[in-house]
Write a protein that binds this ligand. Structure first.
Ligand code: NAP
Ligand code: F7E
Length: 347
């Protein structure tokens, strides 16, 4: 019998990689997409199947994680072996602008799915994965962070995800649902949303090099992140649900870079020379001709920022036999290649 998976957030960066991984493993993959006035399926268009195809392996359903009735009905209709909750308002800075919506989607979304599993009596059949985040560590209480490190979120996003983390644990203990939290550190890819810092940097530097953009405006250049590749991290999500017992796992590379270091590595790969001058908010990156191509803009600073994140994924490496295949160099090179393909073909 083929396994069935249901992915909330299938149109996002991770949803698209996870769907590919599960299809390769011969799953029937159902995904929930939101109704939108413009097409929002570009990350999964390459695996889309005609709904008239009787032997379908991939199907999309309309729904919304803030709408209990659609959550419940898609779970009842598909009765999946595995549910992955990747749906979220996932932008930390935006969560300060829309805190209530972020709480509704990112905190209560997990509860709605867990309640539907219970309501439809799927506790023994359906395993649940919750997309947790290193943002829950926020003002870090220990370095590096592992599963036992105390949480201290610094944004409405982090706080909402912390509720989802605990409600997942609670339903695991109260109702014996196979419910797991992945605590994933930042993971990037060519499919990363345009407003996240890595994608913004790679895309802008490629355009600046080709004379299609003049300047890149950023916020906090000194924040440090532990960046991995989304494909590696989605494989870890699947592994987490294949264990004998449900549990929570940190997924990270164990190496961190600052935003400035990420810029310098990207620039070097593009054979661009950047000279940094000034301090703090006035720090600027100049090109060979002495023109400032990187500058700070107060609009990109957050009311509170997480200054440093560094994960310890020993437990995942031991129990899941997981380790990242990609590193910062291969990640950035893949992102650059993708940008150039689009710069040359999207005219
Ligand atoms: P993403 O690219 O922003 O994708 C988020 C997905 O959620 C999209 O498919 C989006 O749909 C969907 N979504 C948003 N609001 C929804 C709603 N109300 N109802 C239904 N679907 C909704 O995020 P990602 O990078 O793939 O991350 C996947 C998950 O992991 C998220 O929960 C994120 O918070 C979490 N996470 C990410 C990272 C990371 O570094 N990437 C690290 C830790 C945890 P649209 O396409 O229609 O917007
Ligand atoms: O910011 C700084 C910013 O938005 C990283 C999400 O996937 O990972 C992601 O959250 C850092 C922050 O990612 C700009 O202040 C400077 O310190 O790329 P980001 P994030 O906030 O770490 C976690 C694990 C998640 O769970 C989230 O869903 O970069 N930064 N200048 C900037 N950030 C942005 N976006 N834009 C700037 O111009």
């Amino acid at each position: 019998m083929k396994k069935t998976a249901l992915i909330f957030g299938i149109t996002g960066q991770d949803g698209s990689y996870l769907a590919e991984i599960l299809l390769k493993k011969n799953y029937i993959v159902h995904g929930v997409k939101r109704r939108s006035s413009s097409m929002n399926t570009s990350r999964v268009d390459h695996i889309y199947q005609d709904p008239h195809d009787k032997n379908y392996k991939f199907r999309l359903h309309y729904g919304d994680i803030t709408d209990s009735s659609s959550v419940s009905s898609v779970i009842e209709k598909t009765k999946p072996n595995e549910i992955y909750n990747l749906a979220a308002q996932s932008h930390v800075a935006v969560s300060f602008e829309v805190p209530e919506y972020t709480a509704n989607a990112d905190a209560l979304g997990a509860l709605r799915i867990l309640e539907a599993i219970k309501f439809h009596k799927l506790e023994k059949k359906t395993k649940f994965y919750q997309a947790g985040t290193s943002e829950m560590y926020g003002k870090v209480q220990k370095v590096p962070q592992d599963e036992k490190t105390q949480f201290y979120p610094l944004s409405p996003y982090g706080v909402a995800k912390l509720y989802a983390h605990w409600i997942t644990k609670n339903y695991r203990e109260a109702y014996k649902i196979f419910a797991c939290n992945g605590i994933l550190f930042n993971h990037e890819s060519p499919r990363r949303g345009e407003t996240f810092v890595t994608k913004k940097i790679v895309s802008a530097l490629c355009k600046i090099k080709e004379g299609k953009q003049k300047k890149l405006f950023l916020g906090n250049l000194n924040a440090k992140r532990d960046w991995g590749h989304a494909r590696d991290y989605c494989y870890a999500m699947w592994k987490i649900l294949q264990q004998k017992k449900p549990d929570d796992y940190v997924i990270a590379t164990g190496i961190q870079y600052s935003i400035k270091q990420f810029i310098n590595i990207t620039a070097k790969k593009l054979k661009m020379k950047i000279k940094w001058k000034g301090k703090g908010f006035n720090e600027k990156g100049f090109n060979e001709k002495g023109y400032p191509i990187i500058q700070c803009d107060k609009n990109y600073f957050r009311p509170l920022d997480v200054n440093t994140l560094l994960g310890n994924s020993k437990k995942a490496r031991r129990n899941l036999k997981w380790k990242p295949r990609e590193n910062i160099d291969s990640l950035i090179e893949e992102m650059i290649k993708f940008e150039y393909f689009h710069l040359q073909n999207d005219k």
